[in-house]
Design a protein around this ligand. Structure first.
Ligand SMILES: [Fe+2]
Length: 455
């Protein structure tokens, strides 16, 4: 829908572009993908979008429905507007957490060649701003606050043809995702990023934008398959977390979230034809992420949180990948093996195995829809439940699903979780209390308790 935003079009009720007088000689520009609202936090959001030509870009925003003057934030680096790229992600901070905002995209169309000072002074039309404003009723958001109760929705592992991926997102949208405060796309959205435009922008973003992603925040978390492909190094230029990397921490209501990048599931084979060839600095990256995580778990925000939730493509246990399990354990075992109240993790949500499971901490048991055929890696040191969502089933056990979704309600005194099929049927349900205790609420549902064989 928003793909056809041409400068010279002005469509009532839909997105439209406005530009100052005396600019009719400017080239047509369109937003080719997005905008998408992402990485929200208390009083903050990021807005990303792609334009068809390289252009400077910014966001103007104000309290929705007000006559306030627009505030603006431009895509800059080291004090200069970035006009040489078509990918833009603009962080807005200092927002009122309780307010709904409206925004519009502002583009600056740089001239082919800048005029000399003398001509600039002599010709007044050269001093007119070459800016273009793009507006739409859907361009609004509400930053997170510390006072809200809400639910969010998670889906993972969408390695399907584009048409099927879009249908999955549509189905989950219709069965609960649309009412979620935010949506988590938990990695492995494609098999490899050989062409980021077709694989991710058309494969995912076109649909999430159409489903409300210009106002409903979506988190794009890197899985191991986003580490792969000829253009996988473009991931952060579209979907970097605040700070520029692929991990982050944020808060919404009583929950504190840690987003982790759990890396590839195979070691790097640098400068070869292997799909991990580009990962020459994966270990350095993990070391940096661990240093960052050290500061996070020492922060007052982490210590004081009522609920602590990890969002990561993989997990330190419930997975059989030897390399990846070692990497993930090395990343978190110094921090998350304690169940001390101010260090407790209440919930870890992951994907990667393509097999639904909800582990029972400290046991070799998990709730699932069928007997796990993959051996689980078990580690008694971790005392939180891991919910692992489904993915495409390749000769999986009968009863296993190709997709599953997870609704998590963050209430005042509990996390309330429901796992659903694509048609919306709930098949598992439980709650986690602030002290870490878990109550199964899945009586009569189709999930059952299975015992797995640990590695
Ligand atoms: Fe994966």
């Amino acid at each position: 829908m928003l793909k056809s935003l041409f400068l010279f079009l002005c469509i009532s009720g839909c997105a439209y572009a406005a530009f100052s007088e005396a600019q009719s000689n400017l080239p047509p520009v369109m937003i080719t993908y997005g905008p998408w609202v992402t990485t929200p936090d208390i009083g903050a959001v990021t807005i990303g979008f792609v334009t068809d030509i390289n252009t400077g870009a910014g966001i103007e925003y104000r309290i929705k429905g007000s006559d306030n003057e627009w505030s603006s934030r431009w895509h800059t680096e080291a004090g200069q507007l970035i006009s040489t790229g078509n990918r833009h992600a603009i962080r807005l901070t200092g927002l009122d957490p309780e307010s709904q905002y409206e925004y519009r995209i502002v583009l600056f169309i740089p001239p082919q060649k800048q005029e000399g000072d003398n001509k600039f002074r002599a010709q007044s039309e050269l001093r007119l701003p070459r800016t273009l404003k793009i507006e739409d009723d859907a361009f609004n958001f509400r930053p997170f606050s510390t006072e809200e109760t809400y639910s969010f929705f998670v889906v993972s592992d969408l390695q399907f043809p584009t048409e099927r991926r879009h249908q999955i997102l549509q189905n989950y949208h219709d069965t609960g995702m649309k009412d979620s405060r935010f949506v988590v796309l938990l990695g492995d959205l494609t098999n490899s990023i050989d062409n980021i435009e077709t694989d991710i922008l058309q494969g995912i973003i076109e649909k999430t934008t159409a489903l409300g992603g210009a106002s409903q925040p979506h988190l794009f978390i890197r899985g191991n398959h986003e580490w792969r492909g000829l253009q996988s190094d473009l991931w952060t230029s579209y979907f970097a977390m605040p700070g520029g990397s692929t991990y982050a921490a944020f808060r919404c209501g009583d929950a504190f979230y840690i987003v982790l990048d759990t890396g590839e599931d195979k070691p790097p084979y640098p400068f070869t034809a292997h799909y991990t060839t580009a990962n020459i600095a994966e270990q350095e990256f993990m070391d940096s992420q661990k240093a960052w995580l050290t500061s996070v778990v020492e922060s007052q925000e982490f210590k004081a949180a009522k609920f602590r939730i990890v969002l990561a493509h993989s997990a330190p246990y419930s997975h059989a990948g030897r390399y990846m399990s070692r990497v993930v354990n090395n990343l978190v075992e110094d921090f998350f093996t304690s169940d001390a109240p101010d260090n407790r993790i209440h919930l870890w949500i992951s994907g990667h195995t393509h097999f639904y499971a909800r582990t029972i901490p400290g046991t070799t048991q998990a709730y699932a829809l069928s007997q796990p055929i993959k051996k689980f890696y078990r580690d008694d040191r971790y005392s939180f439940p891991v919910v692992t969502l489904d993915g495409p089933t390749f000769n999986g056990p009968e009863g296993d699903l190709p997709t599953s979704g997870l609704k998590v309600a963050v209430e005042k005194e509990r996390l309330f979780l429901e796992s659903i099929r694509e048609d919306g049927t709930v098949f598992d349900r439980f709650e986690v209390l602030p002290d870490g205790s878990i109550n199964d609420l899945n009586k009569g549902l189709s999930s059952s308790l299975f015992t797995f064989e640990p590695l």
